[in-house]
Ligand binder design. Structure first.
Ligand code: ATP
Ligand code: MG
Length: 363
């Protein structure tokens, strides 16, 4: 196999700061594990606007389409608030997602034991938690037609339409089953088939795909409201949860907060399989450009490092190396290493962004 390609788009604010730590880790893999990547760097967001007058240059878009994986830091910042909507930094990210047709949004909820006290839930509920929510991202009620605010007699009516085609459900279901095979081999599909037609079709299609292609994976179904309750009550019962755009929006935010700080949360967006069988993929931390702490060396790089761990597992078939990286993070946290966002107690001096990166490399 040729060297896998990785396009790095650090972006704005703390994006370049956290990405610099990921680059240290990538270099470590090359030196110590013989795991080489064909890495290239490019601009996105405000950084791209400053140079090219557009938040995503066509050349960058073309490189992203060809890369085995794209790793993005963050985009945006107060400096760009005055810009016209069409060239706002966020438009660069939206263009990437749209043109790469990234229909499956992956949000893990992963709890490192050392941070279990950080959660608002009981420690035994979250310690060791490792689940993945797969949210359909490009269809459903946020896009369905008709939509709008219409006049009906004497009053206005606000309309949105939940609409899913079989193929839209099938492709995100496949993403979820493929992920499950690289994880705990369990999928729970959530909808409201009791009250929604789209939910009935969702359940049918997921069941069909399962029987035809993924019978080795354990599949269960849950109504999304019951699922929300179970997610808070005993989240460790789940491995992969697959759900539609609206329910996934709610469930993934709730699940993320089971585990603590924004500085710890990675994400991925996946599209259709490429020629090599791996999906098109964009990995990025959930957090934004954090202008309030940018340039101060305070940002927690772990969300971005964990996004790279996801790339190792889901784009580069290096699940063991992803686990090695997660274990290193577990170790530094267990040893007491904390960036400022992870500190509640007094008397502990926080690590800087680059000190945290160095600690992970050392571990
Ligand atoms: P966006 O609109 O880009 O999502 P936002 O303002 O909603 O931006 P963030 O930029 O993620 O959200 O910042 C929210 C808060 O979390 C800020 O106070 C920021 O400093 C903090 N924060 C975000 N990411 C990190 C990080 N990696 N390490 C430490 N603190 C962070
Ligand atoms: Mg935000």
């Amino acid at each position: 196999m040729s060297t896998p390609s990785l396009l790095i788009l650090p972006g704005d604010g703390i994006g370049p700061e956290v990405m610099a730590e990921v680059v240290k880790i990538i270099d470590w893999y090359g030196d110590k594990r013989g795991l080489k990547f064909d890495v290239s760097h490019d601009l996105v967001g405000g950084a791209a606007y400053d140079k090219h007058g557009t938040p995503l240059h066509d050349d960058t878009m073309a490189r992203a389409q060809k890369a085995d994986a794209v790793l993005l830091g963050a985009v945006g910042g107060p400096k760009y608030d005055v810009l016209d909507f069409s060239v706002k930094p966020e438009r660069g990210l939206l263009r990437l997602r749209k043109e790469m047709d990234l229909y499956a949004n992956l949000r893990p909820a992963q709890c490192f034991d050392a941070l279990a006290d950080f959660s608002s839930l009981k420690k035994d509920v979250v310690a060791g938690l490792d689940i993945m929510i797969v949210r359909e991202l490009t269809s459903g009620i946020y896009f369905g037609e008709p939509r709008g605010i219409f006049k009906e007699g004497n009053e206005r009516v606000g309309v949105n339409t939940q609409r899913y085609t079989e193929s839209e459900i099938a492709r995100v279901a496949r993403s979820a089953f493929e992920l499950a095979r690289r994880r705990g081999n369990k999928v729970c599909s959530m909808e409201k088939a009791n009250v929604m037609e789209s939910g009935i079709l969702w359940r049918d299609v997921v069941t069909e795909i399962h029987q035809a292609e993924y019978a080795d994976v354990e599949l269960s179904h849950m109504y999304a409201d019951a699922g929300a309750m179970q997610l808070c009550r005993w989240p460790k019962q789940f491995d992969v949860i697959v759900t539609d755009n609206l329910f996934g929006d709610l469930l993934s935010d709730a699940a993320a907060m089971l585990t603590g700080s924004l500085g710890m949360l990675p994400s991925a967006s996946l599209g259709a399989p490429m020629e090599n069988g791996r999906p098109k993929a964009l990995y990025e931390p959930v957090h934004g450009s954090a202008p309030d702490i940018a340039g101060q060396g305070k940002a927690n790089p772990i969300a971005c490092v964990l996004s790279f761990a996801m790339a190792l597992r889901y784009s580069f078939d290096q699940g063991d190396e992803a686990t090695r990286l997660e274990n290193a993070i577990e170790k530094v946290l267990a040893d007491g290493a904390r960036t400022a966002d992870l500190l509640g107690e007094d008397g502990v001096t926080p690590l800087s962004t680059s000190q945290m990166g160095d600690a992970i490399v050392a571990a």
